[in-house]
Write a protein that binds this ligand. Structure first.
Ligand code: F6R
Length: 255
């Protein structure tokens, strides 16, 4: 059995999530501009939820005020609820449109989000094709992540294996409780989702993990200092050679 190399995650702690989000957006913009200058595409892996909102706001500002173009950007979102109508205000399709895509010049055909409208018979082939599409464009350059209180990345709930790929998963009770306010009650939160796997995420060339607030402090400590385990999927990032963790002071308070 081969022994995997582990890395000390690179932790960047900022006074506020606003400052941290601007730094993360600046890194993404830097890569896009560098690739643009070589006539190459940039492949971004994107997250939903509250954590990336400030990054998206700053990317929109950079587009509107500083001419950052997304014409050569291709995106793959981490996950989507299943079942989920794409037109629903709860869908990640809607979230991405409202919080990023409709404000920038990305080409619609370059946007990829797992499809929450699939029937059970369609899910497996869709997931395989999602992996193939990522591979076909050369893999993800920068993957944005948030972390759930269960230690999930994407919707890879514990236990998720290191080599897991895009697939259907059952959401953890804690994840559904955290999502409940937005859905008007836990009974309205779907019990299932399609998510990129841990293995999909691990193939990204660079990972930017965002975590803000007191409620993330314990799981952030676990991710960075805890034993690597399928029970806390985010600990697998300790096997990733190029992960930057961006924290505000409260999320870093247990380190
Ligand atoms: C979202 C996703 C999730 C969230 C995580 C944190 O696409 O994959 O892993 O990043 O649940 O959610 P927030 O940012 O709302 O705390």
């Amino acid at each position: 059995m081969s022994v995997l190399e582990t890395y000390q995650l690179s932790v960047n702690t900022f006074d506020s999530k606003e400052v941290a989000s601007k730094k993360a957006a600046a890194r993404i913009a830097e890569l896009i501009q560098d690739r643009d200058s070589k006539g190459e595409n940039t492949i971004l892996g994107l997250a939903t939820g509250s954590s990336p909102l400030g990054v998206y706001a700053e990317l929109i500002r950079l587009h509107k005020e500083e001419g950052l173009s997304f014409q050569n950007v291709i995106t793959f979102n981490l996950d989507e609820y299943l079942p989920m109508d794409a037109n629903s205000a709860h869908s990640y399709v809607y979230f991405m449109q409202e919080n990023l895509f409709k404000h920038i010049d990305i080409k619609p055909e370059n946007i990829h989000i797992p499809d929450g409208t699939l029937s059970q018979e369609q899910v497996d082939s869709f997931c395989q094709e999602y992996e193939q599409k990522i591979a076909a464009v050369g893999g993800i350059d920068i993957q944005l992540l948030g972390i759930g209180r269960t230690g999930h990345i994407g919707f890879n709930e514990p236990p998720s294996s290191l080599d897991s790929l895009t697939r259907q998963v059952i959401l953890h009770e804690i994840t559904r409780i955290d999502a409940a306010p937005g859905f008007g009650g836990i009974e309205h939160v779907p019990s299932s989702a399609i998510t990129m796997g841990v293995g999909t995420i691990m193939k990204a060339k660079e990972v930017i993990m965002l975590a803000w607030g007191e409620s993330k402090a314990a799981i952030v400590k676990e991710m960075i200092q805890g034993e690597i385990s399928e029970q806390v999927p985010a600990t697998f990032l300790q096997y990733h050679a190029n992960t930057q963790v961006y924290l505000d002071k409260t999320a870093a308070s247990a380190l």
